[in-house]
Design a protein around this ligand. Structure first.
Ligand SMILES: [Zn+2]
Length: 306
């Protein structure tokens, strides 16, 4: 498999100082979906905010605690979203440090009305990798400020990859979780992911003057607005490709994924199929396509021409 970013090879469990007052520690959970592993960020020089503690892994917990220098303590634990590679270690870290866990809400918070309906119908599956037990101590709303010792973060609700996903603005830098990554386009898998929300979140961030993004996986993004443009264009071209393929007759998400994602390795095809399903759900609610029978993960969809 081609390495999407051969230059990004941080050492697992070692704190890299990537900006003034900002360190990054890589968790030991590499995979096709997490790339080298989860990036945990430590912001501050006295009272430290831990952003995305990561998976519930004792080695990663020890690595995070080992970064603390004399006079430093963890004052805040902030979770971008309730996926198993981001949130679970927050519980043990909170118990050990006494710091509160801040997030937008539990694993169902921020889910769009359409995705609530689909989840209730049980027809679309999904839910893989969700930290269903996640329960923050403090709920942070869109527009809230989290103020620590020498740092300040602005909370921006950015659903799309996940309903309870927040991004955190720090001056002209954004901790963008899994909404935007440099090495891959983000997974949008219903009912946790919602493509209409994803596009709206990307467009909202695009209207702000960011200089750099720090993602949940992979290297920092130094041209974040160009990356957002690419992501938006990429999704629009996928939509065009899906509609073109449906012009040849109704098809299900799996068949469409195999027709459209021709260069994707086999082990990533399930994720590609979920991305296509996200488009089909979005197009259904835009009345551009319709499922034949009930709206379900396995349904065949037809292009509605007017
Ligand atoms: Zn992740």
């Amino acid at each position: 498999m081609i390495d999407p970013d051969p230059d990004f090879k941080p050492l697992v469990g070692v704190a890299d100082e990537i900006d003034q007052g900002l360190r990054r520690v890589l968790a030991p959970n590499p995979s096709p979906m997490t790339f080298r592993g989860t990036n945990t960020y430590l912001l501050g020089t006295r009272g430290i905010a831990v952003i995305d503690p990561g998976p519930d892994d004792p080695a990663h917990l020890a690595a995070l605690l080992a970064t603390l220098l004399p006079g430093q303590h963890i004052s805040h634990i902030i979770v971008t979203h309730a996926h198993l590679d981001h949130s679970p270690l927050s519980r043990r870290l909170a118990r050990i440090t006494g710091a509160p866990v801040l997030a937008f809400g539990d694993a169902l918070a921020g889910r769009s009305a359409i995705m609530q309906q689909l989840a209730a119908s049980g027809l679309v599956g999904g839910g893989e990798g969700v930290d269903a037990a996640f329960a923050p101590d403090v709920i942070t709303q869109d527009g809230a400020e989290i103020v620590g010792d020498g740092w300040r973060l602005e909370v921006i609700h950015t659903p799309g990859h996940f309903g309870n996903h927040i991004s955190l603005g720090w001056n002209d830098t954004l901790f963008c979780g899994d909404l935007v990554m440099g090495w891959a386009s983000s997974l949008v898998s219903p009912p946790d992911g919602d493509l209409s929300d994803f596009m709206a979140s990307c467009r909202r961030l695009r209207a702000m003057p960011w200089r750099r993004f720090h993602p949940g996986h992979g290297a920092a993004i130094d041209a974040p607005l160009a990356r957002l443009d690419w992501l938006i264009d990429h999704r629009l071209s996928r939509e065009t490709a899906i509609l073109a393929a449906l012009n040849e007759g109704p098809a299900c998400s799996q068949a469409l994924a195999h027709r459209i994602y021709t260069t994707t390795p086999a082990h990533l095809m399930p994720a590609a199929t979920r991305n296509v399903l996200a488009h089909l759900v979005d197009l259904t609610f835009k009345s551009a396509v319709a499922p034949i029978g009930p709206l379900a993960a396995s349904a065949r969809f037809a292009h509605l021409k007017n």
